[in-house]
Design a protein around this ligand. Structure first.
Ligand code: NAI
Length: 242
């Protein structure tokens, strides 16, 4: 039986690395992305090069109707299948001190992170509960644990997603569905390309930014059968930076 895993924001960065790692574990990848066709295609080619298969699912996770349409079309085309693993990885930053933050930057960040989590996860729950196996993995952030200045919107979104992780985990635990969050510190991707790595890494006990592959290894473990007794948890991966 083909085992399906959906990764949102899979066109690059941490999402791409998670797609590759889950491909190595034998999953068929559903690679969601919003706009970067060429980058998403590159992720798909990498998945195929690893001997797995996959497909591209282009939609904006913040758009409820578009997400519903994409997921219900997929389910109709695959009546005997279900999505066993979902990694809610799509995320954006719109950093600013709150005193200067436009309302749009507040709502966009919440819509992608929190709205995206609901839009993508809700339709996948019933099939997971019916099959009595599912893995929901939410990529949050150190910012959502401690709160970071300049990121009131992002900290609120990731903190909210941590609370949602804990609540949902208790709703679905009896049916073999686990819900966990991964909280990365600084990971070297396009999202952090504008940061002063040389300065920031002085604060990190391990002395460097993390790699997307290091986050992906943790996601693949949480997706595995070995992680069946871990749920409602937030696991930090931050080189010792708290
Ligand atoms: P990235 O900016 O390189 O990739 C983000 C991905 O999300 C892209 O593929 C983008 O197309 C996609 N995306 C954004 N909005 C979307 C939407 N509305 N619908 C569908 N896809 C959308 O970022 P990176 O670093 O790979 O981040 C991945 C996740 O990890 C994000 O949730 C981010 O908040 C989180 N994170 C990243 C950290 C870092 O240091 N890079 C630290 C902590 C958390």
């Amino acid at each position: 039986m083909i085992r399906y895993a959906l990764v949102t924001g899979g066109s690059r960065g941490i999402g791409r690395a998670i797609c590759e790692k889950l491909a190595e574990e034998g999953f068929h990848l559903l690679i969601n992305y919003r706009s970067e066709d060429a980058a998403a295609e590159e992720t798909l080619q990498r998945v195929k090069a690893l001997g797995a298969d996959g497909e591209l699912l282009k939609f904006d996770v913040a758009d409820t109707a578009a997400t519903q349409t994409a997921l219900s079309s997929w389910a109709e085309a695959h009546p005997d299948a279900y999505i066993e693993v979902v990694v809610n990885n799509a995320g954006i930053r719109r950093d600013n001190l709150m005193v200067w933050m436009p309302a749009q930057d507040w709502s966009q960040v919440l819509n992608v992170t929190l709205g995206g989590f609901f839009n993508v996860t809700q339709p996948l729950l019933q099939p997971m509960l019916t099959h009595r196996r599912g893995r929901i993995i939410n990529i949050v952030s150190l910012s959502g644990l401690k709160g970071l200045p300049g990121q009131t919107n992002y900290s609120a979104a990731k903190g909210g997603l941590i609370a949602a992780t804990k609540a949902l985990s208790q709703e679905v635990a009896k049916r073999g569905v686990t819900v966990n969050a991964i909280a990365p510190g600084f990971i070297a991707t396009d999202m952090t390309a504008d940061l002063e790595e040389k300065e920031l890494k002085k604060q990190i006990p391990v002395g460097r930014f993390g790699k997307p592959e290091e986050v992906a290894a943790l996601a693949a473990f949480l997706a595995s059968d070995s992680a069946a007794y871990i749920t409602g948890e937030v696991i930090s991966i931050n080189g010792g930076l708290y």
